[in-house]
Ligand binder design. Structure first.
Ligand SMILES: Nc1nc2c(ncn2[C@@H]2O[C@H](COP(=O)(O)OP(=O)(O)O)[C@@H](O)[C@H]2O)c(=O)[nH]1
Ligand SMILES: [Mg+2]
Length: 409
């Protein structure tokens, strides 16, 4: 009896010991698993998940982890932690989930050349029809002059060109169409001044971004041009920041912001209608310096109903920007279809700011390409960009040879 009791006691004690050992072993296993879960995120915090995977093993825990990953909880828990950390601050600068890939500047020139040719063809065809008539009498030369003047080339440049052609025809004694066409091309090209420097400041200068100020009368295409230019620069892998210093209408800032967002470019703006444009420009340049971007482009307002007010405002924008940074480029946007009016505007703007380049918009669908020559002559500043349509990539660097060929070919 006593023996049976003793055996039972031993069995019970043995069972308790075995269960206790099993429980301890299990608690050890669970504890070990938790440690890995905790360690893994702290090792990978702030790093993209890809990098985490590529990391060389640093201790025994990591070396053990990989085989467990496919089904293991540790991996599932680490991923959101490591990937949301860098994604959160980046979210406001990339409002659009899918970004457009803008066309490269080289590609677009090929495409737009045809559009330039179409717009210039009426000048070219008119001239060539006259020159190929065979007999170039006084009346014919007058018609040549009229055609050139109606293309907004300006009286002075037209007179120069016609005099030069007449002299050559007289000396050579030829009216061969191909020969005269060649002379016309040479003379037009000389008028367009191909030697002018048409590069746009768009790379960092020392330890600060390049600063571009875009000015011009309302409706000439400033905001559109800023948007298109941002795309050109994004295609060249530049980091761009936009400043919406047209604070007159909130819609203007919205318009600019939309252009930028399409290609992942942020816009510095004010939410208040009628905020101080100079303050917004200042903030944009400040942000550009802090964020170490390549180039800051500032869009401005262009109300010309009060010339003095506009010029005062522009002057202030300029001075306030210059408290932080030089302005490397002032682009004056002119609408090619406005002709002599555009020249008048150019004069006014160049009194308020130091214009360094001209953007001639709406050259598509106008036969007034001669304005290129007239405006360059008047301001002594090169046409750097031409707008050839309303499409997002319809802005091209101005190429004198392509421009002249579009007229005479
Ligand atoms: N056809 C054509 N339209 C243009 C061109 N550039 C701008 N525009 C149009 O001109 C209008 C005014 O442009 P916007 O950028 O708002 O002018 P802003 O007031 O100077 O900022 C818009 O409808 C543009 O689409 C161009 O090169 N060709
Ligand atoms: Mg605008």
């Amino acid at each position: 009896m006593a023996d049976v009791e003793t055996v039972l006691i031993f069995i019970i004690i043995g069972a308790i010991i075995v269960l206790g050992a099993l429980g301890y072993g299990l608690s050890l296993l669970r504890g070990g698993g938790r440690t890995r879960e905790r360690e893994a995120p702290s090792a990978g915090r702030g790093m993209p998940t890809d990098d985490l995977d590529r990391q060389p093993p640093t201790d025994s825990t990591d070396r053990v982890t990989p085989p467990e990953r496919p089904g293991g909880q540790a991996q599932v828990e680490v991923q959101p932690d490591a990937s949301t950390a860098p994604a959160e601050p980046a979210a406001p600068t990339t409002p659009e989930p899918t970004l457009e890939r803008p066309e490269s500047a080289r590609g677009r020139l090929q495409r737009l050349r045809a559009r330039l040719a179409r717009s210039n063809s009426s000048i070219g065809q008119g001239l060539l029809a006259l020159l190929s008539r065979g007999k170039l009498d006084e009346e014919a030369w007058e018609e040549v002059e009229d055609t050139l003047i109606s293309s907004d080339l300006g009286v002075e440049a037209t007179t120069e060109l016609v005099d030069s052609l007449r002299t050559r025809v007289k000396i050579d004694g030829t009216t061969d169409e191909a020969t005269v066409r060649g002379w016309l091309r040479d003379d037009l090209l000389a008028l367009v001044q191909p030697e002018m420097d048409r590069r746009i400041a768009s790379s960092r200068i020392g330890d600060r971004p390049a600063v571009i100020l875009v000015v011009g009368v309302n409706g000439t295409g400033k905001t559109t041009t800023v948007g298109k230019l941002a795309r050109v620069l994004v295609a060249e892998d530049r980091e761009v920041l936009l400043g919406a210093a047209d604070t007159f209408r909130a819609a203007a800032a919205d318009q600019l912001e939309t252009w930028g967002a399409r290609v992942g470019v942020a816009t510095v703006r004010s939410d208040k209608d009628g905020a101080d444009p100079a303050a917004v420009a200042f903030d944009a340049v400040k942000a550009g310096i802090e964020e170490e971007v390549d180039v800051v482009i500032i869009d401005t307002a262009g109300r010309l109903h009060n010339k003095v007010g506009l010029m005062d405002e522009l002057g202030k924008v300029k001075r306030v920007i210059e408290k932080q940074s030089e302005i490397d480029e002032v682009l004056l946007v002119l609408d090619a279809t406005t002709g002599q009016n555009g020249l008048q505007q150019a004069k006014v703007f160049s009194q308020a700011v130091n214009v360094t380049g001209i953007v001639l918009t709406k050259l598509d669908g106008t036969a007034k390409g001669g304005i290129v020559v007239a405006v360059q002559r008047q301001l002594g500043v090169p046409v750097k960009l031409v707008g050839l349509g309303e499409g997002p990539d319809d802005l091209a660097p101005f190429d004198p040879e392509a421009f002249v060929d579009a007229i005479v070919m």
